[in-house]
Design a protein around this ligand. Sequence first.
Ligand SMILES: C[S@@+](CC[C@H](N)C(=O)[O-])C[C@H]1O[C@@H](n2cnc3c(N)ncnc32)[C@H](O)[C@@H]1O
Length: 270
Amino acid sequence: MIQKIYRYLQGKRRHRQSELAKAALLSGAGNPDTTTPPFAESLEDPTSFYERTFIGFHRSLPDGLRNHREYFKQEKRGFGEDAFHVMWWRLFNEFKPTSFLEIGVYRGQVLSLVSLIAKHEGALCRVVGISPFSCVGDTVSKYRTDLDYRSDTLSNFAHFSLTEPELLKAYSTDPEAVKVIKSTEWDMIYIDGNHDYEIVLKDWEVCAASVKPGGIIILDDSGLSTSYQPPPFATGGHPGPSRLASEIDSYLFREILQVGHNRVFQKSAQ
Ligand SMILES: C[S@@+](CC[C@H](N)C(=O)[O-])C[C@H]1O[C@@H](n2cnc3c(N)ncnc32)[C@H](O)[C@@H]1O
């Protein structure tokens, strides 16, 4: 009982600190000149870049994309952080992908965001998700058990009047999933499934071989092995993806962007 009360009070304190930190950033004190700085600045100072991107969510992101984030924040439909919506918007506009693969879909926040950005930009993009569509977690994550994740994802797409994505119900390491990953040269792949090192490593290996030269892989939860200092309303990531990110061969993949605990790697043109 005492532990429960302690946890409750800790949560309240964290929430208050987060709200104060957000308000301080948005209040204008030390306002940045731009909320969409060049990607390269994120590698020099990931903390300042993240703060500017967070401000960008409130100042530069189109309303429709901001509303999408608000919808996924309601009823805990999604994880992630406001700044990541700006990251996806900027990545889409920079790389103009015609194919996007997500490993680890949960309730479809990022998959539907990519579809929505494509619609917003009048672009065509094939959107594919691989996930168990169940409550399967890992050593650092637990998910609720009372949801049909596949139909929930589809109803979230329907909420935004988006074309249904291609969904494969499987673990990313299952043979049928590996077959889908290897079936084409992807423009953009987002790895956010199982966070344990051995599985992220397998995901990275198959995705690294399957993304096109010049294409990009976004690795979630991989900020712990960088100088990034998350503000109270953000997190640095998990040990598995962070270790994997620090082992990537920089000759084959160049890191081009870090937004909080998301790191983006571009495959060398061959
Ligand atoms: C953090 S959530 C993903 C959130 C999602 N990327 C988003 O931004 O909306 C991780 C998801 O990966 C799924 N997952 C767990 N193990 C997996 C595996 N081996 N392959 C693919 N997905 C997996 C989980 O069930 C969960 O839905």
